[in-house]
Design a binder for this molecule. Structure first.
Ligand code: HEC
Length: 164
C-alpha cells in the first residue's frame, strides 16, 4: 500500500513538472510571437506611410470631399451595425478586429474600401493587411459589400473620426 502511494506521488510530481515545463515553454513562445507581430505591424505601417498604399482591389481612386456627406454616413452606420459591429469597435479598442478610431487617418480611402470588399486577396498579398492578421489571428471574412456599401461605411468611419 505504502509503495503504491509513493509511486503515485512520484508520478504526480513528474507529471506536474512536465506540465509546468510545457506551460512555460508555450508562454515564452507566445511572448516572442507578440513581439514579432508588433514589429510586423510597425513595419507594415511604415510601408504604408511611404507609399500611401491603396491596397489591392477595384478601388484605385475615391473622391472624398473635405466635408462630411451625412446621408452617406448614416447609410454607412446601418451597414456597420449589421455587418461590422460584431468585430469592430468605434474606439481604438480591439475586439476581433482592430477598433476603427483614426483608421481614416492612417489608411487611404482606397485601401479601406479595397480591404472591406476584397479581404481575401488583401490578406494574401498586402503587407499592412498581413500585419493586422498577425495581430488579430483571425482572417476577416468577406462581408459581401457592394461598392456603394463600402463607400458609405467609409463615410461613416470619417464621421467617427470627427469629419463634419
Ligand atoms: C468576423 C469578424 C469581422 C467582421 C464581421 C468584420 N471584420 Fe473587419 N476585420 C476583422 C479582422 C480580424 C481584421 C484584421 C485583419 C485580419 O486579421 O483579417 C479586420 C480589419 C478590418 C479593416 C482594417 C482596419 C485597420 O486598422 O486598418 C477594415 C477597414 C475592416 N476590417 C472593415 C470592415 C468592415 C467595413 C466590416 C463590415 C462590413 C468588417 N470589417 C467586418 C474582422 C472582422
Amino acid at each position: 500500500m505504502k509503495s503504491i502511494k509513493n509511486v503515485t506521488l512520484k508520478t504526480l510530481a513528474v507529471l506536474a513538472g512536465v506540465i509546468v515545463f510545457y506551460a512555460c515553454g508555450s508562454s515564452e513562445q507566445k511572448k516572442e510571437e507578440t513581439t514579432d507581430s508588433k514589429t510586423l505591424v510597425k513595419e507594415a505601417e511604415e510601408v504604408k506611410a511611404e507609399d500611401n498604399s491603396k491596397g489591392v482591389g477595384k478601388f484605385t481612386h475615391v473622391d472624398v470631399s473635405p466635408t462630411l456627406d451625412k446621408q452617406m454616413a448614416d447609410a454607412g452606420k446601418k451597414i456597420y451595425d449589421v455587418k461590422c459591429s460584431a468585430c469592430h469597435r468605434l474606439t481604438d479598442e480591439k475586439l476581433v478586429g482592430p477598433g476603427w478610431k483614426n483608421v481614416t487617418k492612417t489608411r487611404t480611402a482606397e485601401w479601406i474600401m479595397n480591404f472591406a470588399t476584397n479581404p481575401d486577396e488583401m490578406l494574401d498579398t498586402d503587407a499592412i493587411a498581413q500585419g493586422l492578421l498577425e495581430e488579430c489571428l483571425v482572417r476577416m471574412p468577406n462581408q459581401g459589400l457592394s461598392d456603394d456599401d463600402a463607400r458609405h461605411v467609409y463615410e461613416f468611419m470619417r464621421e467617427n473620426d470627427g469629419v463634419k
